[in-house]
Design a protein around this ligand. Structure first.
Ligand SMILES: NC(=O)c1ccc[n+]([C@@H]2O[C@H](COP(=O)([O-])OP(=O)(O)OC[C@H]3O[C@@H](n4cnc5c(N)ncnc54)[C@H](OP(=O)(O)O)[C@@H]3O)[C@@H](O)[C@H]2O)c1
Length: 339
């Protein structure tokens, strides 16, 4: 069997990363092998490289160093499992992979064929590597807050962290669905939020949330847990709901262990759920996982060129630490690794 190369994360602290060769495996019946052209570094990769989420992720074999991080990719199919009829060697594809110890920061990745989409003719591979993981997580939040394409027109949505990856994709998708998006972002990101489709942009200040009033149908928190209750306070009676991707669940298990972590998580979740206004029922703490309906929606948006994220940095595996630093320091644009 031929070999591949991976950016191996050795653990928190100075140990950092090393580039290592590995022996490629044959795809299982429902898998394909993809030669990765680009894979993104997302905030979760940075946090996992620092040990975040280890306890919960250990349940799926993704908590122990060394790890190959990364959840999304774009590339060329190099092998298909015996049960796969949707792809063949040479196809251009992009897709997602659940958290694992064999992520996408590698030259060759094995993925489930049903977590992969074909790249439409004429589109470049690299930009597509920035989107699948963030789009799927964003879509899970939107659906978890009770919004779907059919009920979105005219709805008023408050997006916190609107200039980030999830926020930008949410703004692009929801405005295309006919919703009105109020974006919370720094004023220096105002233009980008308006270009993504926001109706208005407001800056986070101490008085922001009380000044917005209880007027929104949906609130989405992609920014900080600290503001979660304040966001819930912006929902009107009869609203659809709220979702957050920045909840403390994984951190609770890391810090407090299984028992106290579970108790703390249940209490925090109950406390925040109680802040939903009358008539609102949807309340979700998102945990990323590949999702068939999210991928179907992503396919449509990509085909119509309606989603994209700015890229701030391209690095080969030898520059993997710089790519992680770029994301850690919240510098503008996504970071892409090119094997
Ligand atoms: N639960 C899950 O499964 C899951 C999956 C994916 C992502 N996430 C999390 O969801 C969040 C959003 O992801 P992303 O990829 O969109 O991250 P991102 O690109 O770094 O964007 C985060 C946005 O939130 C803003 N922000 C961060 N901290 C803030 C604070 N304390 N106050 C106000 N604004 C703040 C940032 O503003 P500035 O740029 O102005 O600092 C930025 O616009 C991240 O925390 C990520 O780890 C969770």
């Amino acid at each position: 069997m031929t070999s591949g190369t991976a950016a191996l994360c050795l653990g928190p602290g100075p140990s950092g990363f090393m580039v290592r060769q590995f022996t490629r495996r044959t795809p299982a019946a429902d898998e394909i092998e993809v030669a990765v052209a680009a894979a993104s570094v997302n905030p979760i990769d940075v946090r996992r490289s620092e040990g975040y989420g280890r306890r919960l992720l250990s349940l799926i074999g993704a908590g122990k160093f060394p790890l190959i991080l990364g959840n999304d990719f774009a590339g060329i199919v190099t092998g298909v499992g015996s049960g796969v009829s949707t792809f063949k060697a040479g196809d251009r594809v992009y897709g997602v992979k659940p958290a694992s110890s064999e992520g996408t920061h590698t030259s060759h990745v094995l993925v489930k064929a049903n977590h992969v989409l074909a790249v439409p003719e004429g589109l470049d591979l690299h930009p597509l590597a920035t989107i699948p993981y963030s789009f799927t997580t964003m879509w899970l939040a939107v659906r978890g807050a009770g919004l779907i394409r059919d009920n979105a027109p005219g709805k008023s949505i408050l997006v916190h962290g609107a200039a980030g990856g999830l926020g930008t994709l949410a703004t692009q998708m929801l405005s295309a669905w006919g919703a009105r998006v109020t974006a919370i972002a720094r004023m220096s990101n105002s233009k980008a939020c308006l270009e993504a489709g926001a109706t208005e942009v407001v800056e986070r200040t101490d008085k922001l949330f009380s000044s917005l009033g209880r007027t929104f149908d949906v609130t989405l928190n992609f920014a900080t847990w600290e503001d979660d209750l304040a966001l819930l306070g912006c929902l009107r009676d009869g609203a659809l709901g709220h979702a957050t991707t920045v909840h403390p669940m994984l951190g609770n298990f890391d810090r407090l262990g299984w028992l106290r972590g579970t108790l703390k998580t249940i209490l925090q979740k109950k406390h925040h759920r109680r802040a939903l206004p009358k008539g609102a029922n949807n309340f979700t703490w998102v945990l990323f996982k590949p999702d068939k309906a999210a991928l179907a929606e992503l396919r449509q948006f990509v085909e119509h060129n309606h989603v994209n994220l700015p890229i701030g940095l391209f690095k080969q595996f030898s520059g993997v630490s710089e790519a992680f630093d770029h994301v850690r320091k919240r510098q503008p644009g996504r970071a892409l690794l090119l094997p």
